[in-house]
Design a protein around this ligand. Structure first.
Ligand code: TYM
Length: 334
């Protein structure tokens, strides 16, 4: 088993990232046997699709590295690195640009969502973003890729690229990666709008819980979360058509390891005035230890850089045979 996943180091790690992906990364790491390996990385080469100054980018990479370690990624057991330190990602992306089709990329919903009406003004990087993501995955022959629901289409594209490359060059080089998407928390929604996903790019900080928010901020955000005036239903079925209520019950269920039905049964007939403080308490207790570890780790830049350097050396060594084989399959002499 080869587990691999990445996260863009832009802004803070938020509850959506944590419940949709990172918690799963930690579980998979902790369940690994000795034949398996986990690769987790900061997608800083992807993050160039959002403009940022030099200092902010350097800080963001260290912040995200600290956040992942604080959330439970162990850099001794897992290979933790940032893409920019492993040039094989950019190299394989270029090779796969010969295989990926414009029509395939035109169908990517995340690209369409991000560019909105200004397609002509979007960067080329944003358009080929999913090819770099395919390179990230195929470089390590990843078998399992733990991600949130929004990455499913990118995973399908990686499989299409792998199949076409293997066929075009008559090789059995790339492994087909399978997405691992959690059942309950694959799509955590904004606290302000139950139809939009929780995201770093939402201009309203009230829309998300950041892993760096302190206890008061978490409680305030939960209390201000949009809801409806109806009481909680007896079963989760009664949450249909109530996206905000559904999201909050889903978060509560995920955090406490129960089903949405069980949570509804507990709070049936009660209003959000009773439910929100209970949800706030669970969030505060879950996030506090992560935040405290994060703040401690964040005081030592050199230690974080050392973790990323060591991870990059291990990643580069693991990537090299696949990269070499890809050049060779194409008849490119290095
Ligand atoms: P990114 O940085 O947007 O998000 C990191 C992970 O968090 C998940 N996620 C969510 N899950 C549930 N609810 C939400 N509201 C939510 N928001 C984010 C994402 O699904 C993701 O798993 N393109 C990727 C990074 C990437 C990558 C890769 C992932 C680059 N190369 C290779 C896997 C394999 C991204 O931008 O994730």
């Amino acid at each position: 088993m080869r587990v691999l996943s990445g996260i863009q180091p832009t802004g803070n790690l938020h509850l959506g990232n944590y419940l949709g992906a990172i918690r799963n990364w930690v579980w998979m790491q902790d369940d690994m046997d000795s034949d398996s390996q986990c690769f987790f990385f900061l997608a800083d080469m992807h993050s160039i699709t959002v403009h940022e100054g030099r200092e902010a980018r350097i800080r963001n990479v260290r912040d995200m590295a600290a956040a992942l370690v604080a959330a439970g990624i162990d850099p001794d057991r897992s290979v933790l690195f940032n893409q920019a330190r492993v040039p094989a990602h950019a190299e394989l992306c270029w090779l796969l640009n010969g295989t990926a089709r414009i029509g395939w990329l035109n169908r990517m919903t995340q690209f369409k969502d991000k560019v909105g009406k200004d397609r002509e003004g979007a960067s080329i990087g944003l358009f080929v973003y999913p090819v770099l993501q395919a390179a990230d995955i195929l470089l390590y022959n990843a078998t399992h890729v733990p991600v949130g629901e929004d990455q499913k289409q990118h995973l399908e594209l990686a499989r299409d690229i792998a199949t076409k490359f293997n066929t075009d060059f008559d090789v059995d080089l790339f492994t087909m990666p399978a997405p691992i998407i959690p059942k309950e928390s694959a799509r955590i929604m904004s606290l302000r709008d139950g139809s939009a996903k929780m995201s770093k790019s939402d201009p309203s900080d009230l829309s998300r819980i950041n892993l760096t928010d302190d206890d008061d901020a978490i409680m305030q955000k939960v209390k201000k979360a949009k809801t409806d005036p109806e009481p909680l239903p007896e079963t989760a079925e009664g949450l249909a058509g109530r996206p905000e209520a559904n999201n909050l019950v889903g978060i509560f269920a995920t955090l406490t390891g129960r089903t949405p039905d069980a949570v509804c049964a507990d709070f049936a007939g009660k209003g959000f005035g009773a439910f929100k403080p209970a949800l706030g308490d669970v969030l505060v207790e879950t996030l506090r230890p992560i935040r405290e570890r994060f703040l401690a780790l964040r005081t030592d830049d050199a230690a974080l850089d050392a973790i990323l350097n060591k991870g990059a050396a291990r990643a580069a060594a693991a990537a090299e045979p696949t990269l070499r084989a890809a050049y060779d399959a194409m008849g490119l002499m290095r």
